[in-house]
Design a protein around this ligand. Structure first.
Ligand code: GLU
Length: 339
């Protein structure tokens, strides 16, 4: 056999392997594409909610943008709509920096120094009735995420930032950059997070100088991603920590289940219970309008659209992902109880 034929045979073998592994999971490539198209068409006209505006520049993102994508653990991509538009990653960045700290210091460092609970209040707490926004830290709320950034093993602020950016870029399989106008807008208005960072420092729960942690955290939230990048980041988690596009191991496989558990319990802020109940998947949202959900061991579903509900979650994105989870029957606990 000459080289050309050998290469062609190898390519067909890979294609068959990809197709058969998708089919082996009971979902054909055509079924993946059609569920993505359906979700896009079904929610394109949903105009409820509004852009985040507490970071002024986010209010300027065109509200009608909408993209939906599935990326499988084999690296197959199925998409519809605006999956190339770069928006601010915001809180979707948080689990990925937690993954970096877990890799550097072991999962117990997050467990002991940050916490894993979504409310942190006991079963009979009266306080939770009084101040329902009060939560102790986990790595996905702002306090825990700022503390997580402060835990990255770093020699300097520059080193801390370079590691955070390189790690998230490795998850996305592409060199990501900061949307500087988002950073400026967010850092000028960062009073609430500055308060959190200073309090954590005072309580000895921050592990770098507070303004350094705040700057690196705010830059992390200002990284520009598109829906496809989020899909690849999620597919890396679905693929036990190996990026399916670049083949690079980004985190140890043993850390993945713990991280997905944290995403399942806290990825949607105060709507995490409602989300897990109705969609059954670990996920992370951001006020930029992006959401990524993971079907462990199989694929990721990501979506982007700027209009948010009161909890800060993109309405079209969450609707599309929940629809896909239900339609493909991949919710971890069984069918969506609402259907
Ligand atoms: N950078 C934003 C903040 O700290 C992230 C919020 C979010 O995406 O939920 O408020």
């Amino acid at each position: 056999m000459n080289k050309l034929i050998q290469n062609a045979v190898a390519a067909v073998a890979v294609a068959l392997m990809l197709a058969s592994s998708a089919i082996a999971e009971g979902i054909t490539p055509a079924a993946f594409q059609s569920v993505v198209d359906e979700a896009y068409a079904k929610y394109k006209g949903l105009n409820e909610g509004s852009n985040a505006d507490y970071i002024p520049i986010l209010a300027e993102t065109p509200s009608d943008l909408f993209g939906v994508v599935i990326v499988t653990r084999e690296g197959a991509i199925y998409s519809a709509g605006d999956v190339d538009y770069k928006f601010a990653i915001e809180s979707v960045s948080k689990p990925f920096t937690a993954a970096l700290v877990m890799k550097q210091q072991g999962p117990n460092a997050i467990r002991e120094k940050i916490g894993l609970e979504s409310t942190g209040l006991p079963f009979n707490s009266k306080l939770s009735l009084e101040i329902h926004k009060a939560r102790s830290v986990n790595p996905l709320v702002n306090a825990g995420a700022i503390a997580t950034v402060s835990m990255v093993d770093a020699k300097s602020e520059k080193d801390r930032w370079n590691q955070v950016l390189a790690n998230i870029s490795d998850f996305a399989g592409t060199k990501l950059t900061v949307l500087e106008d988002v950073y400026d807008s967010e850092y000028e208005n960062v009073w609430g997070n500055r308060g959190i960072a200073n309090l954590l420092y005072d309580y000895k729960r921050l592990y770098s100088e507070p303004e350094e942690a705040l700057r690196v955290y705010t830059r992390q939230c200002s990284i520009g991603v598109n829906a496809l990048d989020l899909g690849v980041m999620g597919a890396t988690l679905a693929n036990q920590g190996v990026n399916p596009i670049t083949g690079k191991r980004v985190m140890p496989a043993k850390d993945v289940p713990g991280l997905l558990a944290i995403m399942a319990t806290a990825g949607f802020y105060d709507q995490s219970g409602e989300w897990l109940y109705s969609a059954g998947l670990p996920a992370k949202t951001g006020v930029g309008g992006g959401i990524v959900a993971v079907v462990p061991g199989r694929f990721a579903i990501a979506a982007f659209s700027p209009r948010l509900n009161a909890a800060g979650n993109s309405i079209r994105s969450l609707s599309a992902i929940r629809y896909i989870s239900g339609k493909l029957g991949v919710g971890l606990f069984g069918p969506n109880p609402d259907e």
